[in-house]
Write a protein that binds this ligand. Structure first.
Ligand code: PDD
Length: 295
């Protein structure tokens, strides 16, 4: 496929490559009616997927949890990504979005028949990772009570609690909410949580209440490879408030230093030294991936 401009950008829908305006799906799609589907977001740096296979493995795990059969093989997924990425400038950074819903019902029904055929959407758009303001100033976090369901480990499109909580955080002048459950800080509305206390990095352990982020895994691997101490341990709300540094990480935001929490300065009120070290190591890791695409 020849390179195309953003105007003619195509997406993949159920076997076809079409412009967004021509992408049509039934109103009886279960994703549309019930949020009955799963999704993935994969960062693409200069045409290379960052941990593409780990994202596909998590997609498989999410589909398994919902008893949806994966409609495509790894090779087929990869072929779609390659086709969509080829629309963009080879040096641009992009993000791939995948959505698989259980399929289209004959009419609205909470239950479903095993014969439904999943609906598959894949898009690829240009993404600006780590904007300059965020790097120099950091961002603002607030704590909010976690109102999500108890299977938050599944990456489902049913994100209403997350969107309501993020919107509430924004109305309070913040960029992200850190969700508190039973006095423990668990996760953000769209990111995983790390804190630093006395030069020790801490992140909550995997649980049903947390999506196990691929970016979180990368940070843990970087710590291990560089002999940086990082503990996977529960973080109490008090520990969060006393932290020297707070970071939130995700595929689309990389690692963001939060410099205020509930309008109070975190540490010195600017991105911390440990974050600075980690973001440099993260960028080095990305460069390695770009040189060795099989990661
Ligand atoms: N969300 N926790 C939640 C609730 C998330 O929504 C995300 C990412 C993460 C981080 O996961 P990862 O590092 O694999 O991106 C953790 C994506 C980016 C989104 O919903 O757009």
């Amino acid at each position: 496929m020849t390179a195309m401009t953003a105007m003619t950008e195509i997406l993949y829908l159920n076997g076809d490559y079409v412009p967004p305006a021509e992408a049509k799906i039934s109103v009886f799609d279960r994703g549309f009616m019930f949020g009955d589907g799963v999704y993935e977001v994969i960062p693409v740096y200069s045409g290379m997927l960052l941990r593409g296979r780990a994202h596909l493995a998590r997609l498989q795990a999410s589909l398994d949890e919902l008893n949806i059969v994966n409609p495509l093989s790894i090779a087929q997924w990869m072929e779609i990504f390659t086709t969509l990425i080829a629309q963009h400038d080879a040096l641009s950074d992009n993000v791939i979005y995948i959505q698989v819903t259980r399929g289209t019902m004959a009419q609205r029904d909470h239950g479903w028949s095993a014969e439904l055929v999943p609906n598959v959407l894949v898009t690829c758009r240009t993404q600006t990772y780590a904007p300059q303001d965020m790097q120099t100033l950091g961002e603002r976090a607030v704590t909010l009570a976690d109102t999500r369901w108890s299977n938050a480990r599944i990456k489902t499109t049913n994100l209403l609690p997350n969107t309501l909580l993020l919107q509430k955080a924004r109305s309070m002048g913040a960029n992200e909410a850190i969700l508190i459950r039973d006095n423990y800080a668990i996760v953000g509305t769209q990111s995983n949580l790390f804190i630093v206390n006395d030069d020790i990095i801490i992140t909550p352990p995997k649980s049903n209440h947390m999506l196990n982020g691929i970016t979180r895994e990368i940070v843990l691997d970087i710590c291990q490879q560089n002999k940086i101490i990082c503990r996977e341990k529960d973080i109490t709300e008090d520990e969060l408030h006393e932290a020297d540094e707070i970071w939130m990480c995700s595929s689309t935001r990389e690692i963001v230093p939060m410099t205020t929490l509930n309008q109070h300065a975190v540490g010195k009120g600017k991105p911390g030294q440990m974050w600075l070290q980690m973001i440099q190591l993260y960028h080095e890791y990305k460069l390695k991936v770009m040189r060795a695409p099989a990661v």
